[in-house]
Design a protein around this ligand. Structure first.
Ligand code: DQA
Length: 145
C-alpha cells in the first residue's frame, strides 16, 4: 500500500521564480511540484500538492487530512513565524510532519528565527532550496513506512 502525503505551501510561494530569486532561486512552484511528483513516484508515494495565500484555507486542509494521510510536508512560508492557528491544526495530526524552507530562516532577519511549526515537526529541512522538498519526502518514506 502506498504512503499518502500532503504537501502544503503557504503565502507567496505561488510567486516563486519572480520572488527574490537571489534568496529563493529561479524555480517556480510548478517546478517544485514536478520535482515532488518525480521523487514520490520513485518512493511509491501518493501525493497531493497545494498552495494557499490564506491561513484559514491551510487550516481547513490540515483538518480535512486528519486520519487521511500518512505524512505531511509543510512550507508555511510567512505563517511559519506568526500562526498559532497552524500550530494548533497540526497538533490534530497523528502522522509525522516535516517542515521545509527553501532558505534558512535562521540566517535571515530576527523575525524569521522563531517557528510555530517546529515544535510539531519530526524534522526541519531548511536552506536546501527545492531539493529540500525531495529530502522531506525521503524522510517521510523512512519514518512513515
Ligand atoms: C520560507 C522562509 C520564510 O521566512 C518566508 O516568509 C517564506 C519562505 C522559505 O521557504 O525559505 O515565505 O518559508
Amino acid at each position: 500500500m502506498s504512503i499518502k502525503v500532503l504537501i502544503l505551501n503557504g503565502p507567496n510561494l505561488n510567486m516563486l521564480g519572480q520572488r527574490e530569486p537571489e534568496i529563493y532561486g529561479d524555480q517556480t512552484l510548478a517546478d517544485i511540484e514536478k520535482l515532488c511528483r518525480d521523487q514520490a513516484a520513485s518512493l511509491e508515494m501518493e501525493i497531493a500538492f497545494r498552495q494557499s495565500n490564506h491561513e484559514g484555507e491551510l487550516v481547513t486542509w490540515i483538518q480535512d487530512a486528519v486520519d487521511q494521510i500518512d505524512g505531511l510536508v509543510i512550507n508555511a512560508a510567512g505563517y511559519t513565524h506568526t500562526s498559532v492557528a497552524l500550530h494548533d491544526a497540526l497538533k490534530l495530526l497523528s502522522c509525522p510532519v516535516i517542515e521545509v524552507h527553501l532558505s534558512d530562516p535562521q540566517e535571515r532577519e530576527d523575525f524569521r528565527h522563531f517557528s510555530y511549526i517546529e515544535p510539531i515537526a519530526a524534522r526541519v529541512i531548511k536552506g536546501q532550496g527545492a531539493e529540500g522538498y525531495a529530502q522531506a519526502l525521503k524522510a517521510l518514506a523512512s519514518i512513515a513506512s
